[in-house]
Design a protein around this ligand. Structure first.
Ligand SMILES: Cc1cc2nc3c(=O)[nH]c(=O)nc-3n(C[C@H](O)[C@H](O)[C@H](O)COP(=O)(O)O)c2cc1C
Length: 702
């Protein structure tokens, strides 16, 4: 039994914490809550939603749901089976839900139109099935800072939970049912220490230093702009004596044991994968997932934009191994995506490993010490990113042949920890705890506190907010323990590409060459597919690389038309509304669309051009509007969009959530509302909401 806080008897009933997490945020919150629960004497267990059976929901008096949303308000991959199970409950079969009491925390981003869609759907369904909410639900927004909602929610949760789990009687239950998140946590005092002259001038810039090995003179470590941390508006911290709202430090649940083995550090992906002692490198059998990907060989990398375009876009042609045919997941339909497990850039991974004491020069090359990772209480305590990977036989040189999770420190930096992600406040807090220099400690505490929220959001490393920038800013932390990093750094998340969505110009994709082998897995879309009935008109709205799944739709329709031409089958109209900067530089698939127009597959192409004047039209293009796709929908493409919807058609929107998702939805509401004589904006918005419900307004946003 875990230790309890002084004077509190262990609470017999179990608490089940269930999370759905795509990129690790919800999982790390769930695990942090579990640790705190155990420390408070709860008999807690933590599982991803797909493993809900292991939580024995019929026996626990309280369940905590923590889930993010992905896609267009869809559940994360490790929650989709749970949602399916909820859907399957029919009639009198309500499963364990009528006896279940729950609290729910949703994670989302208001840049997506379906804010916290998965969490809200989960709550609706379990309530329908008879579950009772014992604590007010909260929905945290990545756009404004998750902590602002999460911290008070967690703070207020504990007293309510103790009542609910201890079952102190009906009166207490009734009181707890109405509970709202409690007030902000009490101030935590921090030492009032020396002046911070170097920091008050608002920039801390520190270089990476690695001691040279004794015998050989190693080549210089790759230079990466690490640690050029700019913090606008940093106050004089010497005047601050107490800070509130510091995030809880996540207790590491991974035990790191260093072995005697080392492993070569190689820059190339092909060689690297060929010798990694982990599931990710040897192509496993299907089904392929992000942690058990297949290996694909790059057949070609072709630029789709001119060299002077603002953003370069590449077409990647990949060869999948023949055995992938056995995986039904690869039987893709247009609109489906696939994931590429992009590693951290080699130079950065090596520089980070070196800082962690994980890169040694042998005279022949760099090697990295191999560590074994175990959960504190078995595999269930490993973060999911590690747990999903199969245990492998110990590498040569390690005593015994027991299977385990073996990684070189470099492997962890390259494939497991995403040091390019935005640092979580909890990581800054943990760095503050580790810092021996009081000034650095105070800076880290400040950035992770409530008062430091503005500085935290404004801090940047050459305009980006990346995890690794924070480490050199605390040079007194000579080495961050790996278990602390595993608890606080976001795990590397795969990037999703449409089948036929060409590589977003990421650092990783740009560096690929023909013959490289990369880890990939299928990620089918639940809803972003063409209607089975080819006579349904469609409107395709895409900007930038958002055109990729849409061109796959066009190609598919074109092939269907060719096959059906002799039979006189009628096909619905295809209206394309495409956003681009300059038709001469980045009109993706331009010539193909013109050909498809000529062939009659595409009915009209409306271009929205954001960076150059469009005095002249282009042959074969129905209209050119200066502005964004939403401007085209409001003007030249208005009739086509409304006409298609009124004929029972569907609208597909693909692009970035911030730039276009909201804007396009507003524009469609406006033109549809006007055409149907909506009495108010709200009524017009409800019209689009109905289309969404009917599966006639579909979005693939990122
Ligand atoms: C591709 C993608 C799609 C997303 N879709 C939604 C969405 O539809 N609704 C929403 O509220 N948040 C959406 N989000 C935001 C995430 O839910 C949010 O960033 C959350 O903190 C991620 O938590 P996780 O790391 O546990 O998955 C999306 C994020 C990404 C990257």
């Amino acid at each position: 039994m875990a230790p309890t806080t002084a004077g509190t008897p262990p609470l017999a009933p179990h608490l089940a914490i269930l999370y759905g997490s795509q990129t690790g945020n919800a999982e790390s919150i769930a695990r942090g809550l579990h640790d705190t629960a155990v420390a408070r004497g709860f008999n807690s267990s933590v599982h991803c939603l797909n493993d809900h059976a292991a939580a024995h929901l019929d026996q626990v008096p309280a369940v905590l749901f923590i889930t993010s949303s992905t896609g267009d308000g869809e559940p994360p991959d490790n929650a989709n089976l749970f949602f399916r199970a909820l859907r399957k409950l029919k009639g009198g079969d309500k499963g364990p839900w009528p006896q279940t009491r729950y609290a729910l925390l949703g994670l989302g981003d208001t840049n997506y139109s379906n804010f916290c869609g998965a969490a809200k759907r989960l709550e609706k369904r379990v309530s329908e099935l008879g579950a009772t909410r014992f604590y007010a639900s909260a929905f945290a927004d990545d756009a404004t800072g998750l902590e602002e909602t999460i911290d008070p929610w967690v703070e207020g949760l504990w007293p309510v939970l103790e009542t609910v789990c201890a079952r102190k009687g009906a009166a207490a239950d009734a009181a707890s049912a109405a509970a709202e998140p409690a007030a902000a946590p009490a101030a935590k005092s921090i030492a009032n220490k020396p002046a911070i002259d170097t920091l008050v001038n608002q920039t801390a810039s520190l270089a990476l230093t690695t001691p040279a090995p004794a015998l050989y003179s190693p080549p210089a470590l790759p230079t990466h702009t690490i640690g050029h941390l700019t913090i606008p508006g940093l106050p004089d911290l010497s005047t601050i004596t107490s800070l509130t709202g510091l995030p809880a430090v996540t207790v590491p649940t991974v035990v790191v044991t260093r072995t005697t083995a080392t492993k070569p550090i190689l820059p190339t992906i092909t060689d690297y994968h060929a010798q990694w002692h982990s599931q990710i490198t040897r192509t496993p059998l299907p089904p392929y997932t992000s942690s058990r990907p297949a290996s694909a060989t790059v057949r070609s990398v072709t630029p789709l934009t001119t060299p002077d375009a603002v953003k370069s876009v590449l077409a990647l042609d990949l060869d999948l191994p023949t055995d992938t045919a056995a995986d039904p997941g690869w039987a893709w339909t247009p609109g489906d995506a696939f994931g590429i497990c992009a590693p951290v850039p080699y130079d950065l991974a090596l520089a980070t490993a070196a800082r962690l004491g994980g890169a040694e020069w042998t005279g022949d090359g760099w090697v990295s010490p191999v560590v074994r990772l175990d959960g504190t209480n078995g595999d269930a305590d490993l973060p999911q990113s590690l747990r999903d990977r199969d245990a492998v036989v110990a590498p040569k040189g390690v005593e015994g042949s027991a299977k385990g999770h073996f990684y070189s420190i470099f492997d962890l930096c390259r494939f497991v920890l995403d040091v390019t992600a935005t640092p979580k406040k909890a990581l800054l807090r943990a760095l503050g705890d580790l810092a021996t220099d009081e000034t650095e400690k105070k800076l880290m505490y400040y950035l992770s506190s409530r008062a430091g929220t503005k500085a935290y959001r404004g801090m940047s490393d050459n305009g980006r907010r990346r995890c690794f920038m924070s480490w050199p800013t605390v040079p007194s932390v000579t080495s961050v323990p790996l278990d602390v990093l595993l608890a606080h750094v976001t795990p590397s998340a795969p990037r999703l590409f449409s089948h036929s969505r060409m590589g977003v110009a990421s650092e990783f994709v740009r560096a690929l060459s023909v013959g490289d082998v990369i880890p990939v897995y299928p990620a089918p879309s639940a809803r972003f597919h063409l209607p089975a009935d080819g006579s349904v008109p469609v409107v395709l709205v895409g900007a930038g690389t958002g055109m990729a799944p849409l061109i796959a739709f066009v190609r598919h329709r074109h092939a269907q038309r060719e096959m059906a031409s002799a039979r006189g089958v009628q096909f619905g109209s295809i209206t394309v509304v495409q956003g681009l900067r300059d038709p001469m530089k980045d009109w993706l698939f331009g010539s193909e669309l013109l050909e498809m127009s000529k062939a009659g597959t595409v009915t009209a192409v409306h271009l929205a051009v954001s960076r150059v004047d469009v005095a002249q039209g282009l042959d074969g293009v129905a209209s050119m509007t200066r502005g964004y796709v939403q401007d085209a929908i409001r003007s030249t493409a208005r009739d086509a969009v409304v006409g298609a919807i009124e004929k029972g058609g569907r609208v597909y929107v693909c692009g970035d959530a911030k730039g276009m998702g909201r804007g396009v939805m507003d524009a469609v509401a406006e033109v549809l509302g006007a055409a149907r004589g909506a009495a108010s904006k709200l009524e017009a918005v409800e019209m689009v909401a109905t289309l969404v419900k009917e599966g006639r307004y579909l979005q693939d946003l990122w």
